[in-house]
Design a protein. Structure first.
Length: 96
């Protein structure tokens, strides 16, 4: 039982730590008002993207299997947010 207490997961991955990227600590303390500002901006962009319709997508009155997900995310059917994260990843690959 004493040997099980000595095992740590950190010791197992320590040889790979030199390869893993790490986030640097901030140079300054970020004020709360600035955090609220950036959170509000990102929330506003999210809510706007949930309302912009996609060009060429015809809406239908058929059953919507993601209805409750759209209610939770405040999204409409056939909007930019329905695309998910794939446009962000694709544009990042194009920019690189």
């Amino acid at each position: 039982m004493a040997a099980a207490g000595q095992f740590r997961f950190l010791n197992l991955i320590k040889p790979m730590m030199c390869v893993l990227p790490e986030v640097q600590s901030p140079d300054r303390r970020i004020p709360f008002k600035e955090k609220i500002l950036w959170t509000s901006i990102s929330l506003f962009v999210f809510l706007v993207c949930c309302q912009i319709p996609l060009y060429g997508i015809m809406t239908s009155k058929s059953a919507d299997p993601f209805y409750w997900m759209r209610v939770i995310l405040a999204s409409n059917r056939g909007t930019l947010m329905e695309l998910g994260i794939s446009p962000v990843i694709t544009s990042g690959m194009v920019m690189q």
